[in-house]
Every structure is written in structure tokens, then in C-alpha cells.
Design a protein around this ligand. Structure first.
Ligand SMILES: Cc1ncc(COP(=O)(O)O)c(C=O)c1O
Length: 437
């Protein structure tokens, strides 16, 4: 926290009461798990694996990091790069413009919204920053302003809020979790007042399987008549769970392409509500998000005012192909399959002596994290990778408040996707077992 001269940032010890105490896995491992997860009814797993060349190379259980893409995603990118190579970048875009416009429609369908509410970005963080900077620019923050944030929030979302707090005297406050371990709606309700400028919630954090009730929070803010800007980080939920923008009622929803959506790196998008588009002025604008007129400037219509002029078109066409692929499988079938594989993973990890699952909440996402009593997470992740089994390492740098409140410095994350199989999970669990023996 050094370097923060002004503003109040309420440390976890002040704001996260003991009801947040870590729940041992036995208390949260809910639901009758079948010994073997069976594939989601409507999914053809053999076809999905055939569509995913990486399946024949590695056991990839790091889809919350960056998923294995289906080959159509890579083909879409390469085709466009080849066209750029042959006729030039601007000319390639002109020729492929209809496909490019379709990306907005596909994402809008995925989120149950309109194409004009979607801005294309290069990451979830870029989308988040565009939203946050528009709020900070439109409503100059003063020392009485308050920003309320979920305790499991991702570092890159919190850091700009810390900057604003440091430079304006505004306060950044972490919302306590309930006994179940997710954002407490009652606590949030008691914190709301007219000074709350921002409520920022992550749908699914990257460091455990909790799922925050973002729809309930949206309904609460509406019911209380709150004027706060409601930002939802759906980076880890888009592509693995249904994300319905109107039902959530957020002003902004940020997402990335490379995780559960199975799109390319360097892509993302930002959902912007009609209120956000009409009441906020993005800063800074460029000649795409705004227009230089003879008398000054004007803002572009729709969510495109949150975009930049230059874009990685080949990668974005890959993103569009990934969204279409997911739409074709159906998000309910995807969620069901990931849920079954994650349950099976939890069951297998539970059977490893010394391993502790880090789950919280009644409803769990496809992100399974654990620690081991003897071997450090870093060593387990590195040894598994050497043997072609991909899981990932999480450290407190990604979400200080959540890790520290639960006494965790680092963890191992296993995140299956539809193309994974029970046999792959068995291999991973067996490898962990032999490492920690
Ligand atoms: C919960 C969450 N939010 C935001 C981000 C940032 O996403 P990006 O790297 O695309 O900006 C991540 C990345 O891991 C994440 O897990």
C-alpha cells in the first residue's frame, strides 16, 4: 500500500468479518456426485475433441488461464491474415466487413442484448479500464465518493480504483462475504448510500469456485434506487455459465476471449448498458470513439464509443468464431458438462491425502483450486506441466484481499472444459497423488 497518500482503502481485517473464515471442503462439497461424469446430453464429445487439435497433444486443464481453441478459431484468424498478406489490411477488412459486423451480433446473442451495446476490446482489463475511466472522467471523484468492491475482486480491477482513492480521498471498501463465502447482499444493502459511485462485483473469481449472485445484486441496486455504476467482471464466467446482461442489470460487463470462450489471446469485449452509453463520456476518445467536428468534437453512437480505432481484426474474427462455436453447442449444455467435470475433479482431489479444496459457496463454477499439506503449489504445477498435464498456479498478487483473508499464499487451479474427459482428470489426480506421496 505504500505510495497511497490519500484516500481510504479499507483493509480486509476491517471489513471482512470472521464469518468469512475458510470453510473446509467437507462443508462445501455439495451435491451427489456420480463416480463418472457423463457427457452433457446434447454434446458430441468425440466431435468436440476432433475439433480441438490440442486434445491429442496435452491434457489441458487450464481453461481458466487460456483454453485450447477449436480449429475453426485458428482457421478464421489464419484466413484473414493470409488475406491481409495478399491484398493489404484495409482492403481485407473491407472485403470481410460483413463477417466483422457479425461478431457484434454473435456476442449480443450470447449475452441476450443488442449489437450496439457491445464494444470489442483486447482484454477484459482494457474493457474494465474503459468503463472505469469513463466514470471517473464524467463524475469527478471527490473525497466523499465511495467504491464498493467484492472481496474476491481481480487485482487489475482494484488497482485503478486504488489510484483514484489515493489521488482524490475517495474510499475503496471491500464488501464482506456471507457465511457461505460469497458477496453478502445484506452487507451490501447496509453499505449503500447516495455517496456510492461504483459497485464492482466479480461473477466468478479466478482463485476458487464461488459464483457471486450478480443478478441478485443488480436487483438490489435497482430496488434501492442506487445511482451507483454497477460493474460486473464476467471474465471467468462468460463461456462456462449463462451470462444474461439484461437479467444481471449491470451497467458494464467485461469479458475476455481466451478463457472459457476458447477464443484467441488479445481479444475481449465490454457490454455497456443504454444508461452507460447515454450518460458517460469515455476518456480519452480517438477518431473512432469520437469525431472531430468544425466546432469541437462529438461522441460516436452506441458502445463503440468505448472502443479504439485500431483493432486486431484477425484475432477478433477468431473471437467471433469462438462465440459462434459456443452458441452452436449451447451454453446450458456447456455449463452442464463443465459442472460435471468440475465435480468429478473435486471428488478426485478430495481423495488425495493432504490436499484441501478451496471452494466456497453452494453453487460452484468450473474452477477447482486446492493446496497440499506437503508440496508447494508452484512445484506441483511445474512437475505436472513437465508431464504434459496443464493446470495453473494462482498467487496472492491476483487477489490480495481474498487470498490473505483465507490465509492462502498460492494455490493450484484445475479448470476443465467440455473437451476434457474423466480419464484426463484421473491422470491429473494420479500424477498429483504420486507427487505428494
Ligand atoms: C476474474 C478475472 N478478471 C479479470 C481478468 C483479466 O483478464 P485479461 O487478462 O483479459 O485482462 C482475469 C484474468 O485472469 C480474471 O481471472
Amino acid at each position: 500500500m505504500s505510495g497511497i497518500a490519500h484516500g481510504s482503502i479499507h483493509a480486509p481485517s476491517e471489513l471482512i468479518p470472521c464469518v468469512n473464515a475458510f470453510h473446509p471442503p467437507s462443508q462445501v462439497f455439495t451435491g451427489a456426485m456420480s463416480q463418472q461424469a457423463s457427457p452433457g446430453k446434447s454434446l458430441d464429445i468425440d466431435q468436440i475433441r476432433a475439433d480441438t487439435p490440442g486434445c491429442s497433444q496435452v491434457i489441458h486443464l487450464n481453461n481458466a488461464g487460456s483454453a485450447l481453441p477449436p480449429s475453426i478459431v485458428v482457421k478464421s484468424m489464419i484466413d484473414h491474415l493470409r488475406l491481409e498478406e495478399q491484398i493489404g489490411g484495409y482492403e481485407a477488412l473491407q472485403r470481410e466487413n460483413a463477417r466483422f459486423e457479425q461478431i457484434y451480433r454473435s456476442i449480443a446473442t450470447f449475452l441476450n442484448t443488442q449489437p450496439g451495446n457491445i464494444a470489442l476490446t483486447q482484454s477484459a482489463t482494457e474493457g474494465w479500464d474503459r468503463a472505469f475511466s469513463a466514470i471517473a472522467f464524467t463524475h469527478t471523484f471527490t473525497s466523499d465518493a465511495r467504491m464498493l468492491v467484492s472481496s474476491s475482486e481481480y487485482a487489475s480491477n482494484v488497482l485503478p480504483m486504488m489510484q483514484i482513492a489515493a489521488h482524490t480521498g475517495a474510499s475503496l471498501e471491500f464488501i464482506p462475504d456471507n457465511a457461505e463465502g460469497i458477496t453478502d447482499l445484506n452487507a451490501l444493502e447496509s453499505m449503500l448510500d447516495s455517496r456510492v459511485r461504483i459497485v464492482a462485483i466479480n461473477h466468478c473469481p479466478s482463485q476458487n469456485g464461488l459464483i457471486n449472485d450478480v443478478t441478485g445484486i443488480g436487483a438490489l441496486l435497482k430496488h434501492k434506487g442506487s445511482q451507483a455504476w454497477y460493474l460486473v467482471d464476467a471474465c471467468q464466467s462468460v463461456g462456462q455459465l449463462p451470462v444474461d446482461a439484461p437479467a444481471i442489470g449491470a451497467d458494464f460487463i467485461s469479458a475476455t476471449g481466451r478463457k472459457f470462450l476458447r477464443g484467441p489471446r488479445g481479444t475481449g469485449f465490454l457490454y455497456c448498458s443504454d444508461r452507460a452509453v447515454t450518460e458517460l463520456e469515455p476518456f480519452p476518445i480517438d477518431l473512432h470513439s469520437g469525431r472531430w467536428t468544425p466546432t469541437g468534437y462529438e461522441l460516436r453512437e452506441g458502445a463503440a464509443r468505448f472502443e479504439s480505432w485500431e483493432k486486431p481484426y484477425a484475432a477478433l474474427l477468431g473471437l467471433g468464431a469462438a462465440v459462434d462455436y459456443a452458441l452452436n453447442l449451447g451454453i446450458d449444455a456447456i455449463a452442464e458438462r463443465i459442472g460435471m467435470l468440475a465435480s468429478y475433479t473435486r471428488q478426485q482431489i478430495k481423495s488425495v491425502p493432504g490436499a484441501s479444496l478451496l471452494d466456497r459457496g453452494k453453487n460452484l463454477s468450473g474452477i477447482v483450486t486446492f493446496t497440499d499439506a506437503k508440496v508447494a503449489p508452484h512445484d506441483i504445477v511445474a512437475r505436472l506441466r513437465e508431464s504434459g498435464v496443464h493446470v495453473s498456479l494462482g498467487t496472492a498478487d491476483y487477489s490480495q484481499v481474498d487470498y490473505l483473508a483465507h490465509g492462502i499464499e498460492s494455490l493450484i487451479r484445475v479448470s476443465p472444459h467440455v473437451f476434457n474427459t474423466n480419464e484426463e482428470i484421473d491422470s491429473m489426480a494420479k500424477a498429483v497423488q504420486s507427487l505428494v506421496r
